[in-house]
Design a protein around this ligand. Structure first.
Ligand code: ATP
Length: 446
């Protein structure tokens, strides 16, 4: 974890929030590369969960919602963790993070646990009084439930169908740490998938499978994923069944995503508290009922951490160590680096032309500082899957070299075929698939 945190800082993935003022704990800022990684994660989720499915629609509900939403959902009453305070150093801990009722920091005696609500409270409007209390949402799910009827009325979807949302959530976590694993401000990617009650079991299994496969498809090693079923004592107040997809983080197996069968808890609660009918009319059976809900709920930041941990690799390289992020091309912040062999002025115009055409199609970076070897290493370290090198030969034969991050293999392709070849390569074609008629050689870096 230390190596990754340092790489993330050094290369501009992730910075501590408000760092120049000493930092704000459990809040993080995503730098130039981090923002690209995070956007890619969200983009792939949206592509796979919403755009490529007929049974899913999107939503973007507001962070601030009527206080009654959180009364109905049970959050005002029950979204809390047991908190214990050290009588000696006054640090506060989540009861499940302590052993033998002793302070993990100083070994001091701890107070009895008391429940601490994790929702951030603020005031709505100019008057700071109890009637104006409002919360920053601790999950995006409730924004979906309160819009259920709006979506049914407008999107013309029949059960089973889902509503998906990506957005910020806020939790005043008691114990933080482990980098971006547990933040006080974070982003969620949530699906509420509405089904006929007697099909909830099948859909639960479906989503459990589907969501694990999504991480594997994007490069997570299967061996680093496992399922954990919540026992009676762990189940949230709304859940009938819940599984965590755990990932083997550096600090051990921890939750990456939660999949819950929420039954009709939320729709029933909102119908009761709002007095509105939230039932669904099934045109096939002529019945009216409250659908059950299967919820795959993922964290963007936690997914980013898992993808980074999984991609981080070191290998011997002559007398040094090559550090690389073996990120899936769909997630890599930069897809293609354009590197003139040197700053020689005869190379620059062609290199700039190549860069101009490449960046129209892919997130690209131009780098001409220091030796070509060093530049390859810099790109390896930030996970850039492909580098295009322009050398003196290129000026004569209009061909450039494509170098692959993982294998360090190189091929030579005509400039006219470059973007098409890069596209094939980024979509996973083996290096040996070459453009028709292209003159090329195969070799290794160095
Ligand atoms: P934990 O037990 O780790 O506190 P949780 O069970 O409260 O998590 P859920 O309410 O199921 O978490 O939230 C769904 C997902 O949102 C989690 O699997 C995780 O990916 C993400 N998430 C939850 N809390 C945080 C947080 N404080 N920081 C970053 N991501 C979070």
């Amino acid at each position: 974890m230390d190596k990754l945190v340092s790489l993330c800082k050094r290369r501009g993935f992730i910075f501590q929030s408000s760092e120049i003022y000493g930092g704000l704990s459990a809040c993080w800022d995503y730098g130039p590369l981090g923002v690209e990684l995070k956007r890619n994660i969200k983009e792939m989720w949206w592509r796979d969960m919403v755009r490529e499915r007929d049974d899913m629609v999107g939503l973007d509900s507001s962070v601030l919602m009527h206080r009654a939403v959180w009364t109905a959902s049970g959050h005002e009453e029950g979204f809390s963790d047991p908190l214990m305070e050290c009588k000696a150093c006054h640090r506060r801990w989540r009861a499940d993070d302590t052993k033998d009722s002793r302070c993990p920091e100083c070994g001091g005696e701890l107070t009895e646990p008391r429940m601490f609500n994790l929702m951030f409270k603020t005031f709505f409007g100019p008057v700071e009084e109890e009637a104006a209390v409002i919360y920053l949402r601790p999950e995006t799910a409730q924004g979906i439930f309160v819009n259920f009827a709006n979506v049914v009325d407008t999107a013309r979807k029949k059960l089973p169908f889902g509503i998906a949302q990506i957005g910020k959530a806020f939790r005043n976590e008691i114990t933080t740490g482990n980098f971006i694993f547990r933040c006080r401000e974070f982003e969620m990617m949530e699906i509420e998938f509405f089904v006929k009650p007697d099909t909830a079991g099948e859909w639960f299994s479906y989503w459990l499978e589907e969501r694990q496969n999504w991480y594997i498809k994007l490069g997570i090693n299967k061996e680093n994923l496992r399922l954990h079923q919540h026992g009676e004592d762990e189940l949230a107040h709304y859940a009938r069944v819940c599984y965590d997809i755990d990932y083997l983080f550096p600090m051990g197996w921890s939750e990456l995503e939660g999949i819950a069968d929420r039954g009709d808890f939320d729709l029933a609660q909102h119908a009761k508290h709002s007095g509105k009918d939230l039932s669904y009319f099934d045109p096939d059976s002529g019945e009216r009922f409250l659908p059950y809900v299967i919820e795959p709920s993922a964290g963007v930041d936690r997914a980013a951490l898992a993808f980074l941990v999984d991609a981080y690799d070191e290998e011997p390289d002559k007398n040094e160590i090559r550090v690389l992020l073996r990120l899936h091309p769909d997630l890599a912040p930069i897809k293609v680096a354009v590197l003139p062999l040197s700053r020689n002025e005869t190379l620059v115009p062609m290199a700039k032309d190549v860069y101009a055409s490449v960046r129209k199609c892919f997130t690209a970076q131009y780098d001409d500082a220091q030796s070509i070897g060093r530049r390859y290493r810099r790109q390896d370290e930030i996970g850039t899957p492909l580098a295009v090198t322009i050398d003196f030969q290129s000026l004569e034969d209009s061909q450039v070299t494509i170098r692959e991050r993982d294998s360090m293999k190189q091929i030579r392709v005509p400039v006219a075929e470059l973007t098409r070849t890069l596209e094939l390569k980024l979509s996973g074609e083996p290096l040996e698939v070459l453009p028709p008629g292209g003159k090329y050689w195969l070799g290794f870096e160095g």
